[in-house]
Design a protein around this ligand. Structure first.
Ligand code: TXA
Ligand code: MG
Length: 327
């Protein structure tokens, strides 16, 4: 294989073409309601390796497997505990991922050798149609280079992965805009392992209150929670809006509702004038990207209310703030 070879990356709505790529063991970016994914046949280790290579993703970070229906989940897990069945009934298809004990048919590369597999049914019509037409599930992490901001439009994927993947199935802007909520089990009880597009309160409303166990170390059980993640190139300061010592023309702002006087308006990303956390979640990653393209020195991000989708937004901003190197 030629190492310098850059493949041509196309963007389109051709499900048949996406299907043929995936069936021949290739990779393809797909839209979901949360963020775009970079997909391959989850049962084909060689195809899955291409995902890791295109993303530059370490092999210890396992992938989510996407299926078209709750019935199909049973094909890949040894058991569906009661709490998982309840959550599936309420939130699937949707921004929920269940972490359950896997059957052997799921290759080790997908789960990084872990005994569990993460499963999700995306609620995007194009991708659901694609999944229904395939006779295998799709492993798909977010379609961004490892560590960078997740993509919420086909153009975002193109901006980062052009030349490395053959096709981006264009399903428009993601309606949720933040990754799925991951629920797994610890000590026989359900636990929330990643905050995401379904709020903790909504999960609790169905299965009762459970713990939120967010790990952030360099080798966590749930590596989507790596401390340095979702990071823009510019330095991001979270939860302090003290601009002393900074040139105000070189500051970017991520704010929930309000405008900051004295800072150029084109450097301000105000995520919801009406204070709607769903709207703010939908815009958070594209706001980070927009500021990343500006000639600024630093991004200041407010802390959002610690409730509902605000928790997931704060989680992403906190992680984005811990890595300030240029990727
Ligand atoms: O909304 C989403 O979940 C998106 C869309 C594309 O579906 N996907 C996504 O994938 O966010 P990714 O790879 O960026 O994050 C998935 C995380 C992994 O980093 C890992 O932490 C966790 O899910 N995960 C996957 N399989 C796991 C496993 N077997 N055990 C523990 N954690 C797992
Ligand atoms: Mg990701």
């Amino acid at each position: 294989m030629l190492t310098d070879f850059k493949m041509k990356t196309r963007i389109g709505k051709d499900i048949g073409y996406a299907k043929s790529l995936l069936e021949s063991g290739d990779i393809c970016a797909i839209p979901t309601e949360t963020v775009y994914g970079l997909a391959a046949n989850a049962l084909d280790s060689e195809a899955v390796v291409k995902i890791f290579e295109a993303k530059n993703r370490p092999r210890f970070d396992p992938l989510i497997v996407h299926v078209p229906s709750i019935q199909k989940i049973g094909d890949y897990v040894t058991e569906i505990p009661e709490w998982a069945g309840k959550l599936a009934g309420h939130f699937m298809p949707g921004p929920l991922t269940l972490l359950l004990e896997k059957k052997d048919i799921i290759p080790d590369i997908v789960t990084s050798g872990l005994p569990t597999v993460a499963l999700r049914i995306p609620s995007h019509p194009l991708t659901l149609e694609l999944l229904n037409e395939l006779n295998f599930p799709l492993a798909a992490p977010s379609a961004n280079p490892f560590g960078y901001i997740s993509p919420t439009s086909a153009q975002h994927v193109y901006d980062q992965l052009a030349g490395k993947i053959p096709y981006i199935l264009d399903g428009g802007d993601c309606s949720i805009g933040i990754e799925s909520t991951i629920v797994g089990e610890s000590g026989g009880k359900p636990v929330i392992l990643r905050l995401g597009g379904i709020s903790a309160e909504d999960i609790w409303g169905v299965i009762g209150k459970c713990e939120i166990q967010i790990h952030s170390s360099s080798n966590p059980v749930n590596p989507g929670n790596l401390e340095h993640h979702y990071a823009p190139r510019h330095k991001l300061i979270f939860d302090s809006m003290n601009f002393d010592g900074y040139d105000r023309n070189k500051i970017g702002i991520i704010s929930f509702q309000k405008e900051y006087p004295g800072i150029p308006l084109e450097h301000q990303q105000i995520l919801s004038h009406t204070g709607n956390l769903g709207e703010a979640a939908q815009k958070i990653f594209s706001a980070m990207r927009a500021l990343d393209s500006k000639e600024i020195r630093v991004i200041f991000a407010e802390r959002f209310p610690d409730e509902g989708l605000g928790r997931a937004i704060n989680d992403r901003l906190k992680r984005a703030s811990t890595q300030n190197t240029v990727l």
